[in-house]
Design a protein around this ligand. Structure first.
Ligand code: ATM
Length: 274
């Protein structure tokens, strides 16, 4: 059983993270996964994101996302992301996991290693030391890496921005500071994510994100079902709430599902654009 950085609370829920380059469809896949988890009887799964996911971290996000590519050097960027992560862990993720909730997070530590390490050239050992200060040995139970060639991802991001501009008549989906980085930056990111997947096959599953949304979702569902031992292929008519839940979770995983969270709190914890 895992313990948080203070070594006190045991974390009974499961922690799933999504990683991927621009336009890979992470936020859509986070939403779809949370919906099927709920349908499978997992009570009140939480969708969250980084940077963000708590009031303090959302404030830091505004500092990080806006501006021009050279606004922060890599180390400042890493420190800001790590400060946001610490607040997110302490205020949102650890309390939810301690209460038995499953948490699905759009980006986590791997993004720091990829963006600030491979992308912005910060020393990986220094980044790992920072990550250890922030999170101790806490790590995701499963990381889904949505794999998309950087060129395709950037084209998707530009199309999204143009569509938003046409529909709203103003710029509601402006490029983030990272989307404005040059193409070689995005190539380095993609390589870094491949390297992470190869180095940690027990934690990471790479999913081909060039397919349409339902196909990618089916692959995500298979990965979660296989790796975390939960049946996500439940027929809707069988849904009867948490009584059935225990039966749907394979025996080896029952200790991770003790729903205690209050009702009505499910769904994304941040204002979403899609
Ligand atoms: P998204 O919400 O679009 O994923 O944007 C968050 C940005 O923050 C993302 N880049 N883009 N576009 C990647 C960046 N990021 C880091 O650079 N380091 C981190 O540790 C995290 C969590 C995100």
């Amino acid at each position: 059983m895992k313990r948080n950085a203070n070594g006190r609370q045991s974390l009974r829920g499961r922690f799933i993270t999504f990683e991927g380059s621009e336009g890979a469809g992470k936020s859509t896949q986070v939403s779809l996964l949370v919906q099927v988890l709920r349908r499978a009887g997992i009570v009140n799964p939480l969708a969250t994101r980084e940077p963000g996911g708590s009031a303090g971290a959302e404030s830091i996000r505004r500092l990080l996302i806006g501006g021009e590519p050279g606004q922060w050097d890599g180390i400042t960027d890493a420190l800001l992301h790590c400060a946001a992560r610490r607040d997110h862990l302490v205020r949102t993720i650890w309390p939810a996991l301690a209460g038995g909730r499953w948490v699905v997070c759009d980006r986590f530590t791997d993004s720091t290693l990829a963006y600030q390490g491979s992308g912005q050239g910060v020393d990986i050992a220094q980044l790992r030391a920072l990550v250890a200060i922030v999170a101790g040995d806490f790590a995701p139970d499963l990381t889904i890496i949505l794999n998309l060639p950087p060129k395709v991802g950037l084209e998707r991001a530009i199309a999204r921005e143009n569509l938003s501009h046409r529909l709203n008549g103003h710029d509601t989906a402006k490029s983030t500071r990272y989307e404005k980085m040059d193409f070689s930056f995005h190539l380095r990111l993609a390589r870094a994510l491949h390297a992470i997947a190869a180095a940690e096959p027990n934690r990471c599953v790479m999913v081909d994100a060039t397919h349409d949304i339902p196909t990618v979702h089916a692959a995500v569902r298979r990965a979660v079902a296989e790796r975390l031992g939960v049946d996500l292929f439940v027929q809707p008519q069988k849904e009867k709430g948490s009584q059935d839940h225990a039966r749907r979770i394979k025996k080896s995983n029952t200790e991770n599902v003790f729903p205690t969270a209050s009702r009505g709190e499910s769904g994304p914890s941040w204002p979403r654009s899609s």
